[in-house]
Design a protein around this ligand. Structure first.
Ligand code: MTE
Ligand code: HPA
Ligand code: MOS
Length: 774
């Protein structure tokens, strides 16, 4: 575990004090979660007279709307009104990066599930009944469902982007081995437990308050203002917490909130709109499927000298966050490896699927799967194990990434070597070999998966946050930031920060709802950066308040500021407890008319990126780690279990070990699910076939690895991370990629004729076919 080094800076004193809190901290939301008291959008006490909305969406993936007959639906008892694009007072436009997405279809539909109208009725039941009475006539147009088809037809979201380093063309000529191939990775459904939803309440003077299940309250506020044609200050967005977001509510919580607000605006009544699971699955976008091709060149001693890849991103029918996600694919295309000659290109392809969107890893996993596939292919052709290639190419200090950033404080080799030694890789490999020799109907496979993930929004201007901290007269504390609690534990981390600075118990601290009137113009809670950005702002605000309080204490006690410390709710003078308590100090500060409120702004220093050159220093730091995954395949059935996942992970110096472990375990399960069992299926007409939990399988308690062990790598931490505790939300998802290759190795042990394919997910059906392929 972490070792604490002692020195006598103020920082390390604070750190020492906080260690007790750090070790014992639980996710503070768990108390209300287990009692069923946590409040989600659907739990809000609604006002009398509240209307309920249901979205009418396109029953075809592409076509011209010839006619819609709403008359029967409108005539239904209890239906208040049906809203279409004609009722929009401002712009019928919700595109975040590119203005290419209408809120409601006008005369064309571009995906199955595209919103056309909002039915508002006395109850959701009535609105649903009314929906079935709407008649629509669509003249169908050709449907594109795959990225390759889109590319062939020239259907794109925007211009392609390329990163390059060195000269890959020249380098290939000097390679001992060169291999080319293709890969596919499928989409992934977020399956947040709380579906998309919002509650809009009219206020006086035409103002509207919206409670939304969103990761991005400012995006919701801005888009509502734009669609209604009103100023942003008339719109207040409030978020208590999300029952999961996973990226699916970074952009795609917006339309439902806008619709609820639009209806509320017209009716001057409260409107509640919550998608049921079927509607949510059909209408919302998912992780982007990628069709990619690669070319990899290696020297005799297995050094990757050159790598080229083209990523075809299936973006869906509108841009949504696709351009940003495409960019992150390029940033992570070489994963944990140093490759001196690289050329990578990503093409966002416009198809007739719901606009695909952010999903934990944000395009990074898709990029990493391709280079891991290229390595597996090269290893198989050369006749070595993947790990021999992985190992000799790991990033080192001062290596250059293809985007120009110089790798610093690199833990790639450290986590790899630690994993090998701590978990005794040789023994693990020997066990697999011996098992496979002794068994003919069950085979084991093992794979290593190193990860390197950049922390910061890749769009530099988004890396900022603010915190508003009040110390109340009685010494209790309220904190507002832009952080949205979605299960990742960010609220607990912010409580810990304030608790550390003021040395008061967690019980004295309240994290307020995330609200656009208290903290404005914010970036979404995403990019794993929420705790870093909002936590640093909170730390700054608390430190400023502390300085003021200490100054009052020094005047009151007539001692110098340097001799004063706050400890366990008392003022200490030179480590000796004084009579002055925390609460008395707060009252005295108030009587002196010194402000007990502070608002701080944090913007990540040092980062920059020049998109015209595709070079810069976009990340505050990187997170590293290595996983060893072992699987057992039942070769009669094609089913499999994951015996163990053993990880050495770079937490920096974790400020909340339990929460961070939970993040690693959850992300790992989600990554394994994406790679092995979650199979999104659309038919050729663009209709979602995997539209229920009976047809879309996610990992459950029986299919998660039997044994997961996570050991923190020992490092000095990184000052760009909050209290040196590195971001943890997304990086561990990519350990799951190792599951694909572990399965592939088990298949190879059974069927030597198996031709390696890189087509995820590796479902039991695919495993079975590979086992018996001739
Ligand atoms: N963990 C839970 N329980 N629920 C979530 O929705 N979202 C993930 C990750 N962990 C998520 C989660 C994603 S996509 C991101 S970007 C980060 O949390 C966001 O939170 P952070 O920035 O505080 O890490
Ligand atoms: N990660 C997650 N979400 C984002 C990013 C990013 O890099 N950029 C814009 N939204
Ligand atoms: Mo996470 S995909 O950045 O919301």
């Amino acid at each position: 575990m972490h070792k604490q080094k002692s020195n006598n800076t103020l920082d390390s004193k604070l750190e020492a004090v906080s260690m007790s809190i750090k070790q014992s901290i639980k996710n503070m939301d768990s108390f209300t979660h287990v009692r069923g008291e946590s409040v989600y959008v659907d739990d809000i006490n609604i006002k009398q007279g509240t209307f309920h909305g249901v979205v009418f969406d396109s029953p075809k993936a592409h076509g011209k709307i010839k006619h819609i007959d709403y008359s029967k639906a409108e005539a239904l008892e209890g239906v208040e009104r049906i809203f279409t694009y004609k009722d929009i007072p401002g712009a019928n436009q919700i595109g975040g990066i590119i203005p290419d997405e209408p809120l409601f279809a006008e005369d064309e539909v571009h995906f199955w599930g595209m919103p056309i109208a909002l039915i508002v009725a006395k109850s959701e039941f009535i609105a649903r009944k009314a929906r079935a009475l709407i008649e629509i006539d669509i003249e169908e147009l050709p449907v594109i469902t795959t990225a390759k088809e889109a590319k062939a037809k020239g259907s794109f979201i925007n211009a392609p982007r390329s990163f390059s380093l060195g000269d890959s063309k020249k380098a290939f000529a000097a390679c001992a081995y060169v291999f080319k191939g293709e890969t596919f990775s499928n989409g992934q459904e977020h399956l947040y437990i709380e579906t998309q939803g919002a509650y809009a309440e009219p206020q006086e003077n035409g103002n509207i308050k919206i409670t939304s299940s969103t990761q991005g309250p400012t995006a919701v506020q801005k888009t509502i203002a734009q669609v209604l044609g009103v100023a942003m200050h008339k719109i207040e967005v409030d978020v208590t917490r999300l029952g999961g977001g996973f990226g699916g509510k970074e952009d795609q919580a917006t339309p439902w909130a806008v619709m609820a607000a639009l209806a509320s605006y017209h009716l001057n009544q409260s409107v509640k709109l919550i998608l049921n699971r079927h509607d949510d699955l059909r209408m919302t976008g998912k992780r982007h499927p990628y069709e990619s091709s690669y070319k990899i060149g290696l020297s005799k001693d297995l050094k990757i000298l050159a790598y080229e890849a083209e990523f075809l991103q299936n973006s869906g029918a509108a841009a949504d966050l696709s351009p940003a996600i495409a960019e992150r694919t390029l940033f992570h295309a070489t994963n944990s490896y140093y490759v001196p000659n690289v050329k990578t290109t990503v093409i966002s392809c416009k198809t007739n699927l719901p606009p695909n969107t952010a999903f934990r890893g944000f395009g990074g996993p898709q990029g990493m799967f391709v280079i891991e596939s290229a390595i597996a292919r090269a290893a198989s052709e050369i006749g070595v194990s993947s790990r021999q290639i992985q190992e000799v190419n790991l990033l080192d200090e001062n290596d250059t990434f293809s985007y120009g950033q110089i790798a610093k404080k690199v833990e790639a080799k450290n986590t790899w070597n630690s994993a090998k030694s701590i978990f005794n890789l040789e023994t693990l490999e020997r066990n697999v070999k011996e098992f496979n020799e002794a068994n003919s109907t069950f085979k084991k496979g093992l794979a290593l998966m190193p990860i390197t993930f950049g922390i910061s929004f890749t769009n530099t201007p988004m890396n900022h946050a603010r915190a508003l901290v009040h110390v109340y007269l009685d010494g209790s504390i309220g904190i507002s930031t832009a952080a949205v609690e979605m299960g990742q534990g960010v609220n607990t981390k912010m409580m810990q920060i304030a608790s550390d600075v003021f040395s008061v118990p967690i019980e004295k601290i309240k994290i307020e709802t995330t609200n656009t009137t208290r903290v404005a113009n914010t970036s979404p809670s995403a990019a794993s950066s929420t705790a870093d950005l909002n936590g640093k702002a909170t730390l700054m605000a608390c430190n400023t308040l502390l300085e003021r309080l200490v100054k009052v204490a020094s005047e009151d006690l007539n001692v110098s500021v340097e001799d004063i410390k706050l400890k366990a709710e008392f003022v200490y003078i030179n480590e000796k407890k004084s009579e002055l308590s925390w609460t008395d100090l707060v009252s005295k500060t108030m009587l002196k008319r010194v402000a007990l409120t502070e608002n701080a702004h944090y913007a990540t220093p040092e980062i920059h990126f020049d998109k015209t050159k595709e070079k810069g220093h976009p990340f505050a730091y990187h997170v590293y780690g290595t996983a060893i995954i072992t699987t057992t395949v039942d070769c009669t059935r094609g089913t499999y279990e994951f015996d163990s996942v053993k990880i050495v992970h770079d937490y920096g110096k974790s400020m909340s070990e339990g929460i961070d472990l939970g993040q690693v375990e959850g992300a790992l399960a989600q990554g394994i699910g994406w790679m092995t069992m979650e199979e999104i299926a659309y038919n050729d007409e663009g209709r979602l076939l995997s539209n229920a939990l009976s047809t879309y399988k996610i990992p459950d308690i029986f299919s998660v690895p039997k044994y997961v062990e996570v050991i923190p790598v020992e490092t000095d931490g990184n000052d760009m991370a909050i209290l040196k505790s590195k971001a943890v939300g997304e990086p561990p998802l990519m350990y799951g990629i190792g599951a694909y290759f572990a399965l592939q190795n088990a298949i190879k042990a059974f069927n030597t004729k198996h031709q390696l394919k890189f087509h995820a997910p590796m479902t039991p059906e695919k495993v079975l076919m590979s086992l018996y392929e001739k």
